[in-house]
Design a protein around this ligand. Structure first.
Ligand code: SF4
Length: 321
């Protein structure tokens, strides 16, 4: 059963200043669902809208159209006061851990505060739980960390502390937005393992946002591929990796030498840069870069159609008629 469902989500931002303002559609008509206890991997280049979409699922952004359902409840237009209780069930682990904590609080204060606010724990009881969780995430001995300010921790240590804060709340749903991209390669694997261990322990659902499709092939149950604000391919992760259908997915995989050698599909090199989200191309948004583009691709937007059990693709190559 889905824990999280998005139905035709549209999210826009206003950019520019006086007299030159315009709207940018960061997410355009995206529907997806994330089942309980599973990992949904969202992949795409910078500017594809994946981080914005992740924040919409947590209702950190209110979409201009569409619906967000959490555990069957429509939370799209709930006022902030009614969203707050849900914050102890779903949260964001962001890319930059330094931006995720109050720089004037100690680690102990930052981690115990949600337990006091959301669960009404006494400060001493909350601090006891914080110490245990810091040890669980490898920040040992915990006493060495609870009185430090965030800037006295390395990026890897602080990301562990941010994960510890999320785990203290025993969340049901986590959006992990590029949680390892700012970290040294040597500690990336340990952070991902930590997230997976907790996910299993608490039967959490996870939306894992990244530009690293190889990582998703190892950890995700389902993969969604975003390009210029739209979902262009979705399916079980092993099928998307072994038999990518959309030219954009193939291009993402073609860019990884070992993967493209092993997989038997034709390599694709896209021309030019990702389009401008404020002024996306007509028809299929990939058409200026796609080697298979036809006249129809430039004029008409392809639908996002089902091409197998749980598999969808948005490309005229797979649409009859
Ligand atoms: Fe390429 Fe056309 Fe498919 Fe778009 S619809 S990905 S331009 S073939």
């Amino acid at each position: 059963m889905p824990l999280l469902e998005l139905d035709k989500i549209v999210m826009e931002f206003e950019i520019g200043s006086f007299g030159r303002k315009k709207k940018v559609r960061a997410v355009d008509n995206v529907s997806l669902s994330i089942d309980k206890g599973l990992i949904y991997g969202l992949v795409g280049e910078s500017g594809s809208g994946k981080s914005t979409l992740g924040r919409v699922t947590l209702r950190l952004y209110k979409p201009v159209a569409g619906k967000v359902l959490f555990n069957g409840q429509d939370i799209t237009r709930l006022p902030e006061g009614k969203i707050r209780p849900l914050r102890r069930r779903m949260q964001l682990i962001p890319q930059d851990p330094y931006g995720a904590v109050n720089p004037v609080q100690t680690i102990g204060e930052a981690l115990s505060e949600p337990l006091i606010v959301h669960y009404g724990l006494e400060a001493s009881e909350a601090m006891g739980q914080v110490k245990t969780m810091l040890e669980n995430v490898g920040l040992t001995p915990a006493e060495d960390f609870i009185n430090r300010k965030p800037f006295n921790l390395s990026g890897g240590q602080l990301q562990r502390a941010v994960i510890a804060r999320a785990m203290l709340l025993k969340l049901e749903y986590i959006v992990a937005d590029e949680p390892t991209s700012n970290l040294d390669a040597s500690i990336r694997a340990s952070i991902v393992k930590l997230l997976l261990d907790f996910k299993r322990k608490y039967d959490q659902s996870l939306q894992f946002i990244t530009h690293d499709i190889v990582l998703l092939s190892l950890i995700a149950d389902k993969i969604g591929v975003m390009h210029l604000a739209q979902l262009v391919e979705e399916g079980p992760s092993d099928e998307v990796i072994k038999n990518p259908l959309h030219p954009y997915t193939r291009a993402l995989l073609s860019a990884i030498p070992l993967v493209s050698q092993e997989l038997g599909f034709e390599k694709i090199l896209l021309k030019g840069e990702i389009g401008d989200p404020a002024n996306p191309p007509t028809g299929c948004r990939l058409h200026p870069r796609c080697p298979y583009a036809s006249e129809k691709c430039a004029k008409e937007e392809p639908p996002f159609v089902e091409v197998g059990i749980g598999r969808k693709v948005k490309c005229w190559l797979y649409t009859k008629g």
